[in-house]
Design a protein. Structure first.
Length: 307
RNA sequence: GGGCAGGUAGCUCAGUUGGUAGAGCAACGGACUGAAAAUUCGUGUGUCGGCGGUUCAACUCCGCCCCUGCCCA
């Protein structure tokens, strides 16, 4: 008994993957990856997946669950991840959830609203209208049926406008009346949330080093072979950082150096967005990691917090 | 040593007839509920190389010095 639910947060390249692995071994837990890109098979180097060796030692979930040609979603994530967590708990083991996809983490903590998933036909239709009429026109339409949502969504944010209209069309209810989960207590209290944090320049330096290493360990070849596959990469998979830029390079629109610089820049931006999300997460115990601090030392500090 | 061209934001550079400065990129802050590594909103962060001079007022004009690049010795 006494199995734990631990969530580890941190920006990309913060070392949370290692920590999760060491922690899982220490407390005999299984790991649930909370990452929108590690779900794709054969996208290994660029998503910094745990090694096969690590995966032999600790059981991982939510990694390699779909083909690169498939689309994935927060809803699908929540469904599969919840099932995985149930399974782990059924074995009487602890759960360590690690990842950098904040929306997915939030979905685990609070759930998502009970509503329709994306509907391809409706969405295609609405997107066509965005093309011809511009997002502002649809935003005006949204403000008629759901002023609260329109107020919150920028008139240029085509994706959210489309989603809101889609939900209304499918359910006849304004999306703002359905999205209430994040306001309540959710399942937060079941989790111990640990955040890893370093000084900004250190985080940036780690990102640069990681990108360099990805290129050295075969990112270009990985992208080439993905492009050579029969089924084309899904829109989501192909905009993954590291892949989008390398596709430009492989197709001759960017030099290798330019692509690498772009990847570094976009990864830094990703980290920035992650910080913004995580800052507002509830009940996070932040661990300020020293520049040269060892995994063991961090692990020890985390163990103290977990008790 | 002499000549020429430059020294303005983290970087690349604009800056009209003197009225204490902008643009791109980078950076920073925010939003975010089934595409989220996506999408989107916002913000100049500056001893204008240094020291003097002219002027009500100097990034703009003058002098000296320092630094960088090119050319001539």
């Amino acid at each position: 008994m006494n199995h734990k639910m631990i969530m580890i947060l941190g920006v990309t390249a913060s070392g949370k993957g290692w920590l999760a692995f060491e922690l899982a071994r220490q407390i005999d837990a299984e790991i649930v990856s909370v990452d929108s890109m590690k779900v794709y098979r054969r996208m290994d180097v660029g998503t910094a997946k745990p090694s096969l060796e690590a995966r032999r030692q600790v059981r991982y979930h939510m990694i390699d669950v779909v083909e690169p040609s498939e689309s994935f979603s927060a809803g699908l994530f929540l469904e599969k991840a919840s099932a995985a967590i149930e399974e782990v708990r059924g074995r009487g083991k602890s759960v360590v959830a690690v990842g950098g996809t904040a929306l997915y983490s939030k979905a685990l903590l609070y759930g998502l609203f009970e509503g329709p998933g994306s509907d391809e036909r409706t969405r295609r239709e609405l997107l066509a209208r965005v093309e011809s009429e511009g997002p502002a026109a649809l935003h005006r339409e949204l403000s008629e049926i759901d002023p609260a949502a329109a107020d919150r969504i920028s008139h240029n944010d085509a994706k959210r406008i489309v989603r809101a209209l889609e939900v209304y069309r499918l359910t006849g209810r304004p999306i703002s009346s359905l999205q209430r989960q994040f306001d309540g207590p959710g399942a937060v209290e079941n989790w111990t949330i640990i955040g890893l944090r370093r000084e900004r320049p250190v985080e940036s330096a780690r990102i640069n080093a990681r990108v360099k290493k990805m290129v050295q360990t075969g990112l270009v070849d990985e992208v080439r072979s993905l492009l050579a596959e029969e089924a084309p990469l899904s829109p989501q998979a192909r905009c993954a950082i590291g892949y989008a830029e390398m596709i430009e390079h492989v197709q001759g629109r960017l030099s290798l150096d330019e692509a690498v610089e772009q990847i570094k820049k976009n990864t830094r931006r990703l980290a920035k967005g992650q910080r913004t999300w995580f800052r507002r997460f509830p009940d996070v115990t932040w661990i300020d990691v020293g520049a040269e601090e060892s995994v063991e030392s961090v692990l020890e500090r985390v163990m103290q917090r977990i008790g």
